[in-house]
Design a protein around this ligand. Structure first.
Ligand code: PLP
Length: 441
């Protein structure tokens, strides 16, 4: 009997009792290898002594001070650190409490920027189908995932969507990655022209798509082309790195690998590493200047912005992420995960694609490899894989259902950055067994 409205009602969940490194232990003493870091949250591992010490020290001194009245050393230091690590051009930080809040703030920043610079007609947001940007109304409207939007559609503000960069399904057999990227960029340009180039406010995209597709990175120079089109029409580029940022893909910011700097970037999940709820929006000096020289105020706010304990935790998490040995491990273990999955599942008749960057890897399950036809969504294969994996002591992040006509099942793997080779091998062994068992059900 539970008094909590859990996401899935009627499913008995184990009670997590403790966690250490890459393992979570429940109240029955069962150990689970955290193969997906929850939902790609746990970045530096559970119970990292340095993060715990930083939080304790903050708690002993100050737990809360409202940002209308005070700033704190913890928040200021965190902002400084993030600006130091970010691609050049992201000079200011707005601290929030999670991913959806970060996306909401980013959208409002974009809108206010155009009001401040006297272009109030700019209001359209373009994002991509099969994307996820959060569950609050504005963020949900921005995301293009049909399944998540479906029943809320009538209350969502209008957003426009173009195709994602999803080569496994959309790139023509004879099409080069460059031609594919150019085709998608043309589609974005056509959408901007259709809506009216001086009425479009922002284009929003995840550099590596997480929650809806399972670690799908872009092809060739896709984001460079997108950046050029945004610049051509004065549209802001907002990159959502809530899931793929903060070292997850092998660089602190995922967009570093795409060679672009957005006007605004959102980060969360790995930033707090699960120690505290925290997110951030980073913005360009020109957006900041439009507020500073205009109304002198960003017309937004939440009670827990820049929470000092969350900032202290994130400060230490970011410091650990930025250490060369941490990112080196993400890259080495990510490569091991990719090649291990290919070796274990490559000949599997139901594995269509294995992909990703760093410790952000996705597996796409199909009923037929040749035609790439997915399984009937009514089978809920992704849910079965999750259950089979939990029974084997593995946390994985499955997704599935009807997504714009593609009924796909995917599994996301995103273990903590401190994972070791033997633990990577265990993930591979357990996920292969789980897929097998789920299909046999
Ligand atoms: N943006 C992206 C890319 C995400 O993957 C998520 C969550 O999965 C969000 C935003 C929303 O973050 P939160 O769940 O912290 O509100």
């Amino acid at each position: 009997m539970t008094r909590i409205l859990h996401r899935s009602i009627g499913v008995a969940l184990p009670h997590a009792a403790s966690a250490q490194g890459v393992y979570i232990t429940d109240t029955m003493g069962r150990r689970y290898l955290d193969g997906s870091g929850g939902a790609a949250v746990t970045s530096v591992g559970h119970a990292h002594p340095e993060v715990l010490a930083a939080m304790r020290s903050q708690i002993d001194n100050l737990c809360y001070a409202h940002t209308s009245f005070f700033t704190t050393d913890a928040a200021e230091e965190l902002a400084e650190k993030l600006v130091d690590l970010a691609p050049e051009g992201l000079d200011y930080v707005y601290l929030v409490s999670g991913g959806s809040e970060a996306v909401e703030a980013a959208l409002k920043m974009a809108r206010q920027y155009f009001v401040e610079i006297n272009q109030p007609q700019r209001r359209h947001i373009i994002a991509r189908r099969q994307s996820y940007h959060g569950n609050t109304i504005g963020a949900l409207a921005t995301g293009g995932n049909a399944m998540r939007r479906q029943q809320f559609q009538p209350i969502l503000p209008e957003t426009h969507h173009v195709s994602p960069c999803y080569a496994y399904r959309d790139k023509g057999i004879d099409e080069t990655p460059e031609a594919y990227a150019a085709r998608l960029a043309d589609e974005l340009e056509a959408k901007i022209l259709e809506l009216g180039p001086d009425e479009v406010m922002a284009f929003v995209a995840e550099p590596v798509v997480g929650a809806t597709l399972g670690a799908v990175a872009s092809e060739a120079d896709y984001f460079k082309r997108v950046r050029a089109i945004c610049d051509k029409y004065g549209v802001l580029l907002i990159l959502d790195e809530v899931m793929c940022g903060m070292g997850r893909t092998g660089t602190v910011f995922a967009c570093e690998q795409d060679g672009v700097t957005p006007d605004i970037v959102t980060i969360a999940k790995g930033l707090g590493g699960g120690y505290q709820p925290i997110g951030a929006v980073m913005l360009s000096a020109s957006i900041y200047a439009s507020f500073a020289n205009g109304s002198g105020l960003f017309q937004h706010g939440h009670t827990y912005l820049g929470h000092p304990v969350a900032a202290a935790a994130a400060n230490k998490v970011v410091e650990i992420i930025a250490r060369p040995e941490t990112l080196a491990n993400v890259n080495a273990m990510g490569a091991r995960l990719q090649s291990g999955l290919e070796a274990a599942l490559g000949a599997f008749p139901y594995v269509g694609d294995i992909r990703g960057r760093g410790l952000f890897r996705g597996i796409e399950i199909v009923a037929d490899r040749e035609s790439k036809v997915p399984f009937d969504p009514a089978r809920k294969l992704h849910a079965k894989i999750k259950r089979q994996a939990m029974a084997r002591g593995l946390v994985s992040y499955p997704m599935g259902g009807t997504i714009d006509g593609i009924n796909g099942d995917h599994i996301l793997l995103a273990p903590p950055y401190i994972i070791e080779a033997s633990e990577i091998d265990l993930i591979i062994e357990r996920i292969a067994e789980s897929i097998d068992a789920a299909i046999a059900e």
